[in-house]
Design a binder for this molecule. Structure first.
Ligand SMILES: Nc1ncnc2c1ncn2[C@@H]1O[C@H](COP(=O)(O)OP(=O)(O)OP(=O)(O)O)[C@@H](O)[C@H]1O
Ligand SMILES: [Mg+2]
Length: 645
């Protein structure tokens, strides 16, 4: 029994159902220590036969038997292992991976052995020294001569110390000097007790071996031994595994580095999508925060003003009264602390101080929706006091409005008495403080206004109430919803919420809407990024078809090829998200710097959550984009890929 036996190998190609037989029954046996040259006319099926022996092609009839074991029933994975471990390929066109250095080209094969990383590197160095490339390890293939490239290929083929070396016209592209040197190397390999099978057109090359096999018309026409075979070796192939994920990651990185400019552009393009998403999120947080900050700094969010929901209040004043029944209903809502009477007057109010007059269009009783911090000077009104807005204070004292605090002012109010006769109410009040105009109305306490009306025998009832909500601001919305849910006979809301507090909610709804619209736009740019990554990876697959063929010939599994493109996508995702995060943070610093000067608030607030989100989305989208290209790369036929130009 020989080491490698071919039994009645037949192979045909089919074009549109027409059969083109190439091999019509090959029987051969080889032993270790032989240096066999296969010669025959061009198109005679030599490469076809080599692909069958090398486990690249399993679509044939007949049997390849290695060491007594047939390859026929091997699974795809077992054939991968066979190519990795038992076969060393040397191609006519060298077929090195162009973006890897000489050293790393050899390392690709060594990374599939179970040697430790240190041992792999030591072996790569030793093999390259053996083929005379000690000083060229850091070069890229395009910086080497043809003979040097072929030596790299030989060193790579020897990586796992395989028992069979298959060389398809290894000297076809070399001059006679280099041819001699390569032949000497192959001879050395055979002397080590390996089986060397070369394909050649050259009789000189053929005569260099120990045996010549001639192929004609798909059959063996001659098989002659010209020299004694060498002593066979003790088989000591290194055990192997497919290219690990770590190795594909590294290769993807090397490839990106090799095509640096292009990949930087891709990363930049992909980063734009992620960047806009992060910026939109940060801006959304900031704007929402800013508006809430503005509102909450002027009103107490835990208090809401409630009035009767009447369409035309002037028709029947009694309709707008908040009766005890209403108050009790509001008081019973969960989380309501208390309900406070309020009264507002629209028109007919005058203030007088000395010879100055100010007529006030709207005034209401002081209530808890107003924050004490909106009072610029003085304090909130107590009984017998009045708080003015700056606007009205200026009407009474243009130059020094704040000097009014503590002074007396006369308050006049037109009203109707019980008999519906107009009366003029008046009272002297002390100015308690000055408030910002946009925050509080000119106001007195409910008791003060009540006593002013009472002096003319008029009894007033609250025209609004202030509902004070306990605890967190979170409690406010449910209470507001409950208030809005009360319905009258006409199935319309009984109450309405007035004052700035009621707006916060609406405003936030608008902001959320705006943020969502912007986020959608950002999402679209993300989609564009994803499509770009898909296109780029497809281009990468077609560009690297040859490399895929080489890797498959060296014994990488389909899974490793897939991982190679997932690795590339992973790095695109990783780098683009890093860039996007960096740019977004930079923009945040600049934007907030400007915003602090203008509105004294950080308008962009990118949270760690936003960053993690951007990062995860980037990686996820990149990997998703890689699905189809990676699958198509894995599906490529190794033989077709190898012959891809
Ligand atoms: N994928 C394929 N589909 C169809 N026909 C093919 C395919 N590959 C090879 N052939 C045909 O099979 C025949 C043998 O091709 P092969 O490459 O094995 O020849 P070869 O002996 O290696 O030739 P050369 O010395 O020129 O390299 C040729 O006629 C070729 O056209
Ligand atoms: Mg050929």
């Amino acid at each position: 029994m020989s080491y490698l036996e071919l039994h009645n190998i037949k192979k045909s190609y089919y074009l549109e159902n027409e059969e083109f037989p190439v091999l019509t029954g090959i029987d051969l046996s080889f032993d270790q220590g032989e240096f066999v040259s296969i010669v025959g006319e061009s198109g005679g099926g030599k490469t076809t036969l080599m692909n069958i022996i090398g486990g690249l092609d399993s679509n044939y009839s007949g049997d390849v038997v290695l060491n007594g074991k047939s390859l026929r029933h091997d699974t795809a994975k077992q054939l991968d292992a066979y190519r990795r471990q038992t076969i060393g390929f040397i191609f006519q066109n060298f077929d090195l991976i162009s973006h890897l250095t000489v050293f790393n080209n050899v390392m690709v094969s060594l990374q599939m052995t179970k040697l430790s990383h240190k041992q792999q590197e030591a072996r790569a160095r030793q093999l390259l020294e053996q083929v005379g490339l000690k000083d060229h390890m850091r070069k890229y293939p395009n910086q080497l001569s043809g003979g040097q490239k072929q030596r790299v290929a030989i060193a790579r083929a020897l990586a796992s110390d395989p028992e069979i070396i298959i060389a398809d016209e290894p000297t076809g592209a070399l001059d006679s000097q280099n041819t001699q040197e390569i032949l000497a190397l192959l001879d050395e390999i055979a002397k080590d007790g390996k089986l060397v099978i070369t394909v050649t057109h050259s009789e000189t090359v053929a005569n260099h071996g120990t045996r010549i096999v001639r192929l004609a018309d798909g059959k063996i026409s001659e098989d002659k031994s010209i020299k004694q075979g060498y002593e066979k070796s003790q088989a000591n192939e290194l055990s192997t595994h497919t290219l690990r994920f770590g190795a594909t990651l590294k290769m993807a990185l090397e490839n990106m580095r090799y095509n640096l400019k292009r990949n930087l552009l891709i990363v930049f393009g992909a980063a734009i999508g992620i960047f806009s998403v992060i910026v939109m999120l940060g801006l959304g947080n900031g704007v929402q925060g800013y508006i809430n900050h503005e509102i909450y700094s002027q009103v107490n969010p835990n208090a809401v003003q409630v009035t009767q929901n009447v369409s035309d209040s002037s028709q029947d004043p009694s309709k707008i009264v908040m009766k005890t029944k209403d108050q009790n209903r509001l008081k019973d809502i969960k989380n309501v602390k208390h309900v406070q009477d309020g009264y507002f007057v629209q028109g007919g109010t005058q203030l007088r101080m000395g010879r100055k007059n100010a007529s006030i269009s709207f005034m209401q009783t002081y209530n808890p929706t107003m924050l004490t911090k909106s009072i610029t000077k003085g304090h909130a009104p107590k009984n017998g006091e009045i708080m003015l807005t700056k606007e009205y204070a200026q009407k009474l004292n243009k130059k020094h409005p704040y000097s009014l605090v503590g002074k007396k002012v006369t308050f006049y109010q037109n009203a109707l008495n019980k008999q519906k006769h107009p009366v003029m109410l008046s009272k002297t009040l002390k100015v308690s403080g000055i408030a910002k105009a946009n925050t509080g109305a000119t106001s007195v306490t409910y008791d003060t206004i009540k006593s002013i009306y009472k002096s003319k025998g008029i009894k007033i009832q609250p025209t609004f109430v202030t509902v004070v909500i306990k605890g967190d601001v979170k409690n406010v919305k449910p209470v507001q919803n409950k208030i809005k849910s009360f319905k009258n006979d006409k199935k319309k809301a009984t109450y309405q919420i007035t004052g700035v507090g009621g707006m916060v909610d609406t405003l936030n709804t608008y902001i959320t809407l705006a943020v969502n619209v912007l986020a959608t736009i950002a999402g679209i740019s993300l989609l564009v990024s994803a499509i770009m990554i898909i296109v780029v990876l497809y281009i990468s697959v077609s560009e690297r078809t040859k490399e895929i063929g080489i890797l498959r010939a060296l014994g990488s599994s389909k899974g490793s090829i897939r991982n190679l493109f997932f690795s590339e996508a992973f790095f695109i995702g990783l780098f683009s998200s890093a860039l996007a995060i960096g740019l977004a943070e930079l923009l945040q610093v600049v934007a907030n710097n400007i915003a602090q000067r203008g509105i004294n608030y950080s308008i962009m607030q990118i949270t760690p959550g936003n960053i993690i989100f951007g990062f995860v989305v980037a990686i996820f989208i990149s990997l998703l984009a890689a699905l189809a290209p990676a699958a198509s790369a894995a599906r490529l036929d190794p033989i077709e890929s190898l012959s891809y130009e």
